[in-house]
Ligand binder design. Structure first.
Ligand code: BTN
Length: 245
């Protein structure tokens, strides 16, 4: 494993696509000029205040249809890291990290397929807010480790804890995938409670989150018909009240 630190770059996920990187390597940027988020969003992070990195994994043992285990491992590693700072975080499906209704970390995972339906490479892009206290107006409900704990933190120290947690959860993925899935389930944001969700059409409905299938589909029991419905990423979104600031 090697860590490559860049002062400034467009996006660590873009850089991590370079075939020179090996399994376990990490690309870190002190500043990203075009940080990418999920659903085509931008990722906003003040220079030098947070962790913006991409980890390269080569999970060539894992069938592509089991790729959601990697999302689970990453999300749990982030929860584990924050727990070391006494911050109790939850996982907003698929792998946003929330404390209450505030987002402390975003994850952008990109896979490359290999031979025989296996995964050749996974780029795990992580944006973990650490010391930033003010965010752009358009960022919905942001928070940071400093805001949550009331003090600033050494970014390298957080990185080391995160890297160790990622390694531990990756090992668990190989040896005890059922336990990984169970841990993911128990840390889900809004698990077993009734909330509002939104379809891409804009239509809203009330449902109870019952879990996530091993394929990664979200299981919501609709209040209106009492039935369990399954959703792929981008087929549904959580409705979360925006905090004024
Ligand atoms: C999201 O919540 O929308 C995902 C955000 C992911 C941001 C990280 S920052 C490091 C890596 N490089 C990127 O361009 N994006 C990810």
């Amino acid at each position: 494993m090697a860590v490559f630190v860049f002062k400034k770059m467009t996006s660590t996920n873009a850089e991590a696509k370079n075939p020179c990187y090996a399994h376990g390597d990490v690309v870190v940027a002190l500043e990203q000029t075009a940080g990418r988020g999920q659903r085509g969003n931008k990722w906003d992070s003040a220079a030098g205040q947070n962790l913006t990195l991409s980890l390269i994994w080569k999970p060539d043992f894992l069938p592509a249809k089991e790729q959601f285990l990697l999302s689970e491992a990453v999300a749990l590693a982030l929860v584990d890291t924050l727990a070391q700072y006494k911050v109790e975080a939850t996982i907003k499906w698929t792998n946003d990290i929330y404390v209450g209704d505030d987002k402390v970390c975003g994850v952008l995972i990109e896979h490359d397929l290999g031979a025989e339906g296996k995964l050749a490479r996974t780029i795990v892009g992580i944006g973990l807010n650490i010391n930033q206290k003010e965010f752009a107006e358009w960022v919905p409900n942001p928070t940071s480790l400093a805001l949550l704990t009331g003090s600033e933190h050494n970014i390298n120290e957080v990185f080391e804890k995160l890297y160790d947690s990622l390694e531990a959860r990756y090992k668990m993925l190989k040896s005890e995938p059922e336990r990984l899935q169970a841990d993911y389930h128990s840390h889900l944001y809004r698990l077993a409670s009734e909330h509002t969700y939104k379809l891409p059409s804009g239509e809203e409905f009330v449902a109870t989150l019952e879990g996530v299938k091993p394929s990664g589909e979200l299981a919501l029991r609709h209040k209106a018909d009492g039935q369990l419905h399954h959703y792929l990423f981008k087929e549904v979104e959580f409705v979360i009240a925006q905090r004024g600031r």
